[in-house]
Design a protein. Structure first.
Length: 350
């Protein structure tokens, strides 16, 4: 992506467990696989934590649902591929609009090579799609969270126990699921203990986004708001009542590198306003204004604006509105529609 760093935003999210939470370790146990929480060695003891990759996955799928509700058919599905994987357990393209952005770019690359072969009658070089084209044509979720073709803009660190928070875990009854009947496997005695993180534990994670457009900051603010309202569950067993959390943030810091000409303190400028040339599919009016003024500071080359309380409320409201407006006017680029493409069907679909 961009070699420059124009803006960045960071905040710390505190996640409070409101009930038992299980993010599985993946280590097989005697009864049932991986029914213990992930742990890492930290501060001299083994501590439970919430992996950033798991949180990112949960946030991503939450926002996919919201975007599909706002405007159907514009978000790709990471699990829909153009070709089945070696175990044939990927969904293979029931509908081209759903194919993952990563696979679509791969197809485009192949098509471009094929065209060159015909036109020039010689074996072509690998046709690299420009970073700009990949960003511009990615779906709204991949533009923020990334795909196999694009690294994404957001980083979510592992969430460790907050300072002063005690590590609490407990055993719960779990019932093994019979792999053949799908029912409870009581006959074979596969009742096992589930170890979970208890209610009342605080974790902290740092969230960072760079070179963002204002609507992308809106996605993060929407996720924060839904976490504050307890609407997002994390980890395993969500359908069985596990994973209730509530989260909060106390401040958001938005930084710019170097002076930004013409920007007032109450304005948040996204990538589009900072670039000012409509490249990367951005728009020069990529900014929002908060009614309450954030705290402004300079450190070295960075201009730092910190939003708390009322200015933070304004920031959430303005960026979430920008997100909704952006999604409602989103169009899939012609280059990503593949109307004439015939996909190979996986054995699973025949
Ligand atoms: Zn996508």
């Amino acid at each position: 992506m961009l070699k420059q760093l124009l803006n960045e935003c960071r905040f710390t999210l505190t996640i409070h467990t409101e009930g038992p939470v299980l993010i599985k370790s993946g280590h097989p146990m005697v009864f049932g696989p991986d029914m213990t929480p992930v742990r890492t060695y930290r501060n001299g003891t083994m501590e439970v934590y919430l992996p950033g990759s798991s949180l990112k996955g949960v946030f991503r799928s939450h926002i996919e649902k919201i975007i599909r509700t706002l405007k159907d058919g514009i978000v790709c599905n990471l699990f829909v591929r153009t070709e089945p994987d070696s175990e044939n357990n990927q969904l293979v393209c029931p509908n081209y609009t759903e194919v993952s952005c990563g696979d679509k770019f791969e197809v485009r690359q192949k098509e471009a090579i094929a065209v060159r072969k015909v036109q020039w009658r010689r074996y072509p070089q690998k046709e690299d799609l420009s970073n700009e084209a990949v960003y511009l044509d990615s779906c709204p979720v991949c533009r923020l969270f990334g795909s196999t073709s694009f690294i994404g803009r957001v980083a979510i660190s592992d969430a460790y126990l907050a300072k002063g928070s005690q590590q609490k875990t407990e055993q719960r009854d779990g019932v093994g699921i019979d792999r053949f009947t799908g029912g409870a496997a009581t006959a074979s005695g596969a009742k096992f203990d589930l170890q979970v993180v208890s209610s009342g534990v605080d974790f902290e994670t740092d969230i960072y986004i760079r070179n963002f457009e204002v609507w992308q900051l809106g996605i993060l603010m929407l996720i924060v708001t839904d976490l504050e309202d307890g609407l997002i569950r994390i980890g395993s067993g969500r359908s069985r009542g596990l994973g209730n959390v509530k989260a909060k943030i106390s401040e958001v810091s938005v930084n710019y590198i170097g002076a930004v000409n013409g920007q007032s303190t109450n304005e948040v400028w996204g990538l589009g306003s900072l670039l000012g040339d409509d490249s990367y599919g951005t728009r020069a009016n990529d900014k929002v204004t908060t009614q309450h003024t954030p705290i402004e500071d300079t450190r070295g080359y960075r201009k730092i604006t910190t939003f708390r309380d009322n200015s933070l409320k304004d920031l959430k409201k303005a960026t979430i509105e920008a997100f909704v407006a952006k999604i409602q006017s989103w169009e899939i680029p012609e280059t990503m529609q593949f109307k004439n493409l015939v996909f190979r069907r996986g054995r699973g679909n025949e």
